[in-house]
Design a protein around this ligand. Structure first.
Ligand code: ADP
Length: 164
């Protein structure tokens, strides 16, 4: 039987406990999950792709069937190249739906053989986003409970000179 492989794409700037919750769920459903860090040249991320990959690696080291990779350009091209047919996304609340459906339908149009599979996080993470985490961290606040310890440390380091 062929292995069920899925990619979980995202910006992960930085990875949060919500992302980890989703990939933990996906790792019990698929044989292998690749977290795909999108390198988007139009966005100015807080963490470089290399830093984001390293933080994810540390945060998912308890999951032996999860690996991390980077990609630029279209997700469907990355999937075709690696013969992956499933993309995982997280759905927090109804507010995510419109954007996620748009994305999923566009990807389906470009690569009809693929499926997008949505996972719902634990209710504790429903209002957690990388954007909020970055904003809060930039003011020097404590983030334990929202992000893995390595991310909390990296954020502290990143914003140590800019906290108000
Ligand atoms: P993108 O820029 O592709 O939206 P993100 O890193 O913000 O990248 O999110 C990647 C995926 O993870 C998206 O499907 C998003 O809805 C989901 N996600 C983000 N935060 C959470 C969370 N707290 N709980 C569950 N899913 C989440």
């Amino acid at each position: 039987m062929s292995k069920r492989i899925a990619v979980y794409p995202g910006s992960f700037d930085p990875v949060t406990n919500g992302h980890v919750d989703i990939v933990e769920r996906a790792s019990t459903t698929f044989d292998k999950v690749i977290m795909g860090v999108l390198v988007n040249r139009n966005k100015k991320p807080v963490f470089s792709p290399e830093e984001r990959v390293e933080l994810i690696r540390e945060s998912v080291k308890h999951l032996p069937n999860v690996s991390v990779d980077c990609f630029s350009g279209l997700l469907v091209d990355f999937m075709r190249k690696n013969e992956i047919k499933v993309a995982i996304r997280g759905l927090r609340a109804v507010s995510d739906l419109e954007y996620e459906f748009q994305l999923a339908h566009t990807n389906q149009l470009l690569y009809p053989e693929m499926e997008t599979v949505f996972f719902m996080p634990n209710v504790n993470y429903v209002y957690l986003s990388s954007t909020t985490v970055r904003e809060v961290a930039s003011h020097g606040a404590e983030l334990s409970g929202c992000v893995p310890p390595c991310v909390a440390k990296a954020l502290k380091e990143k914003f140590k000179n800019s906290a108000l």
